[in-house]
Design a protein around this ligand. Structure first.
Ligand SMILES: [Zn+2]
Ligand SMILES: [Zn+2]
Length: 377
């Protein structure tokens, strides 16, 4: 089912030409692969937006659509035709000219003489919580476009010349004309023969097939600072895709994924852990081994410790990413009630139970405080 074109662009039915154009450019900016490398639907969404723009930016088609909807356009002879484009970059070029997205939106990414900055690359780096606490060094592997080693980026077999493109005469653009009921539609598209350069290799480089670029596996060691959180990104300048026509390379973004540690919950810089203490030991007081990021440490549990009470281990949490104080480890005492008693244990407990007085079990907190604590847990 085709979506309503106004809804696709997010404009009202009375939007004027400028508003339609603005809405489309905004969507294009959001959906560009350099910006939105992770959305597998970005290409489909962009095509949908492009189709909506083609219709709503054209007075005749828009009138037809307003009156008869999608069906009216189809019977009127309009067919969106985005299938002939090799990639979403080509599609952007078709709408925004030979410089594609960068020329249309500027944003400082385009240098002189058509030089264009390469795209950014993102790669995930999973690490353990202890590594996040201490800082670590990870090796990441990712695919990036680099200059072809055989032709050094000019796309020609070594020792062969670069010539003017015969298909476009050197302009890098060709006009695509299609006939519809509304008349001739002329769209300027990037020349497919030379890819928009206007010049091409007489004998294309056998390694890269004239692109001047090839995709190669990159390996890189990256320092991960102590205190990093799950999902934070480390930017490595200039290690993304190579630029075109002498433009600078894009950046690499290392997305740090901190693995869950079943012993700890992270609460900003604090860590929370839960330890089991049998009821008689909580009553008598004991020493238990508590897990920390640096291994187990012995911790005193005072006599009379109640279920849910917290013992604070200062400075045993996570370091701050920047400045600040290292967090604490909050040890929640889970008082467990012994089960599956032997007859001897049962005898002992019965004797204990008989000897208990009100003073032994009276709680120091009132009912409201108890309720609050139970609900907060
Ligand atoms: Zn090559
Ligand atoms: Zn050409």
């Amino acid at each position: 089912m085709a979506r309503d074109y106004y809804e696709v662009l997010g404009v009202g039915r009375d939007a004027d030409e400028a508003q339609v154009k603005k809405a489309f450019r905004r969507l294009a900016r959001e959906l560009h692969p350099d910006v939105n490398a992770h959305d597998p639907d970005a290409e489909a969404k962009f095509k949908e937006a492009a189709e909506a723009y083609e219709v709503l930016s054209d007075g005749e088609r828009r009138r037809m659509y307003d009156a008869y909807g999608h069906e009216g356009l189809r019977t009127g002879g309009y067919q969106p035709d985005f299938e002939g484009f090799g990639s979403i970059s080509d599609l952007f070029s078709a709408f925004f000219g030979a410089g594609g997205f960068d020329a249309a939106f500027g944003g400082g990414r385009q240098g002189r003489g058509g030089a264009m900055q390469g795209g950014d690359v993102a790669v995930a780096a999973p690490i353990d919580l202890a590594d996040a606490a201490h800082g670590t060094r990870v090796e990441v592997a990712y695919d990036a476009t680099v200059l072809c080693e055989t032709c050094r980026g000019n796309g020609a077999e070594p020792g062969t010349p670069i010539v003017t493109c015969p298909a476009c005469g050197g302009s890098g653009q060709i006009q695509r004309v299609s006939r519809t009921r509304f008349g001739q539609l002329v769209r300027t598209a990037v020349c497919e023969t030379c890819g928009g350069d206007g010049r091409m290799a007489e004998s294309p480089c056998a390694t890269c097939g004239e692109r001047g670029m090839e995709v190669r596996r990159q390996r890189l060691e990256v320092d991960v600072p102590a205190g990093i959180s799950d999902g934070q990104r480390i930017r490595v300048s200039g290690r993304g895709h190579a630029g075109e026509r002498g433009g600078p390379s894009g950046d690499l973004y290392v997305v740090v994924r901190v693995r869950e540690d079943e012993r700890f919950l992270r609460d900003a810089e604090d860590l929370v852990t839960v330890v089991d203490v049998a009821a008689p030991l909580a009553s008598l007081g004991t020493t238990i081994d508590v897990p920390t990021l640096d291994g187990p440490v012995p911790v005193d549990v005072p006599s009379g410790t109640q279920p849910g009470e917290t013992i604070l281990l200062r400075g045993r949490g996570m370091p701050p990413l920047g400045r600040g104080r290292t967090g604490d480890l909050r040890v929640v005492v889970n008082v467990t009630i012994p089960r599956r008693l032997t007859s001897e244990q049962r005898d002992l407990l019965e004797r204990l139970a008989d000897s208990l007085t009100d003073d032994n079990v009276r709680s120091e907190e009132g009912m409201f405080a108890k309720l609050k604590r139970a609900l907060a847990g």
